[in-house]
Design a protein. Sequence first.
Length: 273
Amino acid sequence: MNNNPMITPTEHTSQPSVSTRLERALNPALMMNYQREYLKLTTTLTYGFLFTLPLVLIYELGTWILHTGGISNIQNGADVMVKRVLEMVGLSGTLAVSALLLLIGGIIYLYERRHRYPIIPRYFGFMFGESAVYAVGIGLLVQTLLANLFTLNIPTLSASPTGPGFFEAIVLSFGAGYYEEFVFRLLLVTGLYGVLQWAKNVGDKTRYAIAAVVGGLIFSWIHYIGPLGDQFELWSFTFRFLMGLAFNALFLLRGFGVAAMTHALYDVWVMAL
């Protein structure tokens, strides 16, 4: 007779390893555990880095052309924040930023290559199309919600005649798509989600919700601080919160690449078209 106690299947289950929890904290979209190859690969940091690299390179080259040509001194606020931090450690200029981006990309590749993720070029085209659909859908949805909440005649999604020129609008849009997603999603929301990873008795859905909502509130609030901040208005705060919430949800569900491109294409639609 076997006197050993019966071991049930649930007793064999174990918590994720520290490395797995760290990886999920750095890229919360991995928690979705997609089975389809396209969704699984395009949520990785490797695909996110490669997909958004044109955004930041065009933005950096565009601002350099505009600044050196005396055409404009435009610059994205999140970009300014990042570069001021870099200046504190002795890094400044487009060349230094580009070198840092390549270094980050190399680190991402080395870290994720153990998973042997294949690079499938057509998937980047699919990601662009997916992002375009999200940009239009999110824009129309938020505009409709805002109009109903405040019974306001919200301006249509089109470029202002007094706004920046076409080239400037493209440059600004690409900068916002990359740098604002980098600061407010990849750093802020990931940081919030990462902290909540270690909280006991907090489910994944709750972590997602808390990180998305708090991140959205901070994203909206930061537009009103400092000498260059906008004058506070409840409807504009709500608009930015809803947009931030939508981008946060997209980041948590589909990763950095799709979220950044969706933001960039939305801004192109509003500012340049």
